[in-house]
Unconditional design. Structure first.
Length: 579
C-alpha cells in the first residue's frame, strides 16, 4: 500500500481534474438517488389520489434530474480519463527513463520480461484502477450510504431488512477483495513469464531455426501460457462467485421486503409505493457495494503492480556522479592500478590485480583466451562497471571523479556485440555524434570499411536497418558499430573484438585508417587474433583475469610463453600474422 502512496505524486499535476471528476459524480449520484423517492411520490400521492397535474409536475422534475445526472456522469468520465491517462503516461515515461539510466548490475537484477510487463501492463493496471477510483468510487459509497439514509428517513418500517442484508454483503465483498489482490499478483507474475519467453524466442529466432528447436520453444511457450491461463481462470472463477452471491443475498432481501411490506400494507402502516421505492434502494445498495468492491478489487490488483513499479523506480543506478564531478575535457591517459573486479561479489574475481598505463595516442592491444577478462577490462573505462579494488585513472584522476557524461563523451566504444537500432544507417552512425556532418559520416563509414557496402544500397546511408539488424551480415554490423565509435572522434577509442567477422584485407584497411585518423586518441583493441593487435604500442596478454605478458609484439614473441603459444596456434591453424 505504501507504494500506492508513493505514486500519488504523479496525480498532483492533474489534481484539479482529479477533484472535478468526483464532484461531477456526486451530482450524478444525487440525481439517481432522488429518482425512487420521486417515483414513490408519483405512486402514493399522484396516482393514488388521481392528481394528474401533480404527476406531470413530478414527471418533468424526474426528467430534469435525469438530464443533470447525465451531464454529471459525462463530465466525470471526461475528467477521470484525463487524470488517469496523464498519470499513467508520466509513470511510463519515468520508468523508461529510470531503466535507461540503469547500470549493468541494476539490469541484471530484473528480467527483460519483467521490465516490459512493468512499462506495459503494470502501468495499464494502475491507469484502470485510478480511472475506476475517480469514476466509480465516489458513486459506490455515495449510492450505498445515500440509499441507506433515505430508506431510514422515508421507509423506516422496512429498514430492519437492511440490518440483515448489508452486513452479509459487506463481509463477502471484504473477503473477496482481499483474496483478489493475492490472486492477481500471481497472474501478473505469469504475465512476466510469458513476456520473457516471447522476448527470448524472438531475439533468438535464428538459433531456434538453425537448431530446429521450434517445437521445443513452442512447448516452453505453451507451458508459460498455460500457467497464465490457469492463474487467470482461477482468479476469475473465484472473483466470479461474488456477483451471484450478492445477487442471492439481495433477492432474499427483496423477498423479505415483499413479505414484510405485504403485512404492513395490510395493516395500513405503509403504502405500496414505499415497497417499490425500498426495492429500488435495495438494488442501489447492492449496486453501490458492487461498484465499490469492483474498485477495491481493481485497487487490490493494482497494488502488486504499484509495488513492482516502485521497485524499479526506486532502483538507484549503481554507477552515478559524485557531487561536483570533473567536467574538464579528457586528454586520454588511462592508468589501471592494481584493479580487481568480480561480477558476482561472492565469486572469484574475473580481473585480478591489473596494472598498466596508456599515454594519449597509444594503442593498447588486449589478447587472451576466451573468458580471460579482455572485455571486462575495457568495460571499466566508460564505467559500465566499477572496479572492486584498485583504481582506474584518466589523466591522473580517479575515473569516479569524472562527470559520467563528460567521461562517456570522451569515449568511442564499439562493444563485442554490434548492437544497432531500427533506424537508418545514417541515424545509427550519427548516434555516436548527432551533430556530425555528412562529410564526417562518410569519413567514419570509409574508415570502418562500411562505405563500400553502404554505397551499394539504392538509398545508401538512408537504408533502413531492421530490428536486430537482421538485414545486415555480421561483418557489416561490426563495421557500422565501428563507424559509430569513429564519428565521435573520441579521446579514447575502444574496439572490443570488432573485426572478428571482418575479412583480413578490410581489417588491414581499418587498422590503417585508425592509425591515420586517430593519432591522438588512446586506442584499446581487444581481439583474440594476433593480426588485430600486433602493431599495438603495448600488448597485454591476459590469462584467467591476470596480465601474464606486457610489451610489444617483438618483445613478447621473444620472451613471453603465453604469447608465443597464441602466435604458434594461430600460425599452425592456418591463421595469418598479416605483416
Ligand atoms: N555480465 C556478466 N555477469 C557475470 N559474469 C560475467 C559477465 N560478463 C562476463 N562474465 C564472466 O567474466 C569472465 C570474463 O569475461 P570477459 O567477457 O571479460 O572475457 P573475454 O576475455 O572478453 O572473453 P571473449 O574472448 O570470449 O569475449 C568470464 O568468465 C565471464 O563468464
Amino acid at each position: 500500500m505504501q507504494s500506492v502512496f508513493k505514486l500519488t505524486k504523479y496525480i498532483k499535476p492533474y489534481l484539479l481534474f482529479a477533484i472535478i471528476a468526483p464532484i461531477m459524480m456526486v451530482i450524478e449520484v444525487s440525481m439517481d438517488l432522488i429518482q425512487p423517492t420521486i417515483m414513490q411520490h408519483i405512486i402514493d400521492n399522484g396516482i393514488a389520489d388521481n392528481d394528474k397535474p401533480y404527476v406531470i409536475k413530478m414527471f418533468i422534475f424526474m426528467v430534469l434530474c435525469a438530464v443533470v445526472g447525465l451531464l454529471g456522469g459525462v463530465g466525470c468520465g471526461i475528467y477521470a480519463s484525463k487524470t488517469a491517462i496523464n498519470f499513467a503516461t508520466d509513470i511510463r515515461q519515468d520508468l523508461y527513463e529510470t531503466i535507461t539510466y540503469f547500470s549493468n548490475s541494476n539490469k541484471d537484477r530484473f528480467t527483460l520480461g519483467k521490465l516490459i510487463t512493468n512499462i506495459t501492463s503494470d502501468v495499464e493496471m494502475l491507469q484502470r484502477a485510478l480511472l475506476m477510483l475517480l469514476k466509480v468510487f465516489v458513486r459506490g459509497p455515495l449510492t450505498f450510504i445515500g440509499a441507506i439514509v433515505i430508506v431510514f428517513i422515508t421507509a423506516r418500517e422496512l429498514f430492519p431488512i437492511l440490518l440483515f442484508v448489508v452486513p452479509i454483503l459487506a463481509l463477502a465483498i471484504f473477503f473477496f477483495t482481499k483474496l483478489s489482490g493475492k490472486l492477481f499478483l500471481k497472474v501478473q507474475e505469469a504475465v512476466d513469464g510469458v513476456n520473457t519467453k516471447v522476448q527470448e524466442n524472438l531475439a533468438g529466432i535464428r538459433v531456434i531455426k538453425a537448431y530446429n528447436r521450434k517445437k521445443h520453444q513452442i512447448d516452453q511457450f505453451t507451458t508459460v501460457n498455460g500457467t497464465l491461463m490457469k492463474r487467470n481462470i482461477h482468479a476469475d472463477q473465484i472473483i466470479g462467485i461474488l456477483m451471484p452471491l450478492t445477487a442471492f443475498v439481495v433477492n432474499i432481501g427483496i423477498i423479505l421486503a415483499l413479505w414484510l411490506g405485504a403485512i404492513k400494507v395490510e395493516n395500513d402502516t405503509i403504502e405500496v409505493g414505499m415497497i417499490l421505492a425500498f426495492i429500488n434502494y435495495l438494488m442501489m445498495i447492492m449496486g453501490g457495494l458492487m461498484s465499490s468492491s469492483n474498485v477495491l478489487m481493481q485497487i487490490a490488483r493494482a497494488i502488486p503492480s504499484a509495488n513492482r513499479i516502485v521497485e524499479v523506480l526506486e532502483e538507484k543506478p549503481e554507477i552515478h556522479n559524485i557531487s561536483n564531478p570533473i567536467i574538464s575535457s579528457i586528454k586520454g591517459e588511462v592508468t589501471f592500478e592494481n584493479v580487481s573486479f568480480a561480477y558476482n561479489k561472492n565469486n572469484e574475481p574475473v580481473l585480478k590485480n591489473i596494472s598498466f598505463r596508456a599515454k594519449p595516442g597509444d594503442t593498447i592491444g588486449i589478447i587472451g583466451m576466451t573468458g580471460s577478462g579482455k572485455s571486462t577490462i575495457v568495460q571499466l573505462i566508460p564505467r559500465l562497471f566499477d572496479a572492486d579494488q584498485g583504481v582506474v585513472r584518466i589523466d591522473g584522476k580517479p575515473i569516479a571523479e569524472y562527470d559520467l557524461s563528460t567521461l562517456r563523451k570522451a569515449i568511442g566504444f564499439a562493444p563485442q556485440k554490434a548492437t544497432l537500432f531500427s533506424k537508418t544507417i545514417e541515424e545509427n552512425v550519427k548516434y555516436g555524434r548527432d551533430e556530425a556532418t555528412l562529410e564526417e559520416l562518410i569519413e567514419a563509414l570509409e574508415s570502418s570499411c562500411a562505405l563500400e557496402f553502404v554505397e551499394k544500397f539504392d538509398d545508401k546511408e538512408q537504408h533502413f536497418i531492421t530490428q536486430g539488424a537482421t538485414n545486415l551480415s555480421g561483418g557489416q554490423k561490426q563495421r557500422l558499430a565501428m563507424a559509430r565509435a569513429f564519428i565521435r572522434k573520441p579521446a579514447i577509442l575502444i574496439l572490443d573484438d570488432t573485426t572478428s567477422a571482418v575479412d583480413s584485407i578490410s581489417e588491414k584497411r581499418i587498422q590503417q585508417a585508425i592509425a591515420n585518423h586517430f593519432k591522438e586518441s588512446t586506442k584499446f583493441i581487444v581481439s583474440s587474433k594476433i593480426s588485430s593487435i600486433r602493431h599495438a604500442d603495448t600488448i597485454l596478454v591476459l590469462d584467467d583475469g591476470c596480465i601474464v605478458g606486457k610489451g610489444t609484439h617483438e618483445q613478447l614473441i621473444a620472451t613471453n610463453e603465453a604469447y608465443q603459444e597464441i602466435v604458434s596456434t594461430q600460425v599452425v591453424r592456418g591463421g595469418t600474422l598479416n605483416e
